[in-house]
Write a protein that binds this ligand. Structure first.
Ligand code: SF4
Length: 192
């Protein structure tokens, strides 16, 4: 094999790969800039649609926005409120609950959202079991990362109800030292 012929080929290949990498980086950057622009224009569209009373369009724009910026907690609060206001028919209320639940997950300290989730859970007569099958003590808890009493899917309701976690929860609730989750609860404080 002739090494004089090979060298230019290798140089060409290295140069080609470098250009390719630069192009990839440029496209990625452009894509991010474009996504940022799209996201902010979707927020603008949602704002003006809501101001004009077009809640459906506002909700759609926010839904698209959250597809791009899933971690924007304040947009989730807004989306939850809009969805709630716009969806009055019974068959859409389950979705309203799920959106509010997701908004609460993104804003775990938001008491207003927490209360709204509880109200929706009561409205829908939901049992307090998470989608993973975990039992929660009540509808005010909303998500099992706050407290859960075991897997209803694996152990069944009687075992959970009579199990040590649930018993300890009941004992604490009837004592002067309620469970942590109850201390900030508006039902516990009588302000619900
Ligand atoms: S006091 Fe505790 S158990 Fe009762 S509703 Fe509130 S969080 Fe749930």
């Amino acid at each position: 094999m002739n090494s004089h012929n090979e060298k230019p080929k290798v140089r060409f290949l290295v140069g080609f790969m470098t250009v390719l990498d630069l192009c990839r980086g440029g496209i990625h950057l452009l894509h991010r800039v474009q996504m940022g622009r799209n996201a902010s224009s979707l927020l603008d569209r949602a704002r003006s649609a809501e101001a004009g009373g077009n809640l459906l369009r506002a909700e759609e724009s926010l839904s698209l926005y959250l597809g791009l910026k899933r971690e924007d907690s304040s947009a989730w609060t807004w989306y939850a409120r809009l969805t709630d206001e716009r969806t009055k028919e019974k068959r859409g209320r389950e979705r309203v609950f799920l959106v509010n639940e997701e908004a609460l997950r993104k804003n775990p300290d938001d008491r207003k959202l927490e209360r709204r989730c509880a109200e929706l859970a009561i409205e829908l007569e939901r049992h307090n079991i998470s989608y993973q099958g975990l039992a929660m003590p009540c509808c005010m808890v909303a998500t099992p990362d706050r407290i859960q009493l075991g897997s209803m899917a694996e152990r069944g309701a009687p075992a959970i109800w009579n199990g040590p976690d649930c018993q300890a929860f009941r004992d604490q609730l009837s004592s002067d030292h309620p469970p942590e989750v109850c201390r900030s609860c508006s039902i516990y404080s009588g302000t619900f």
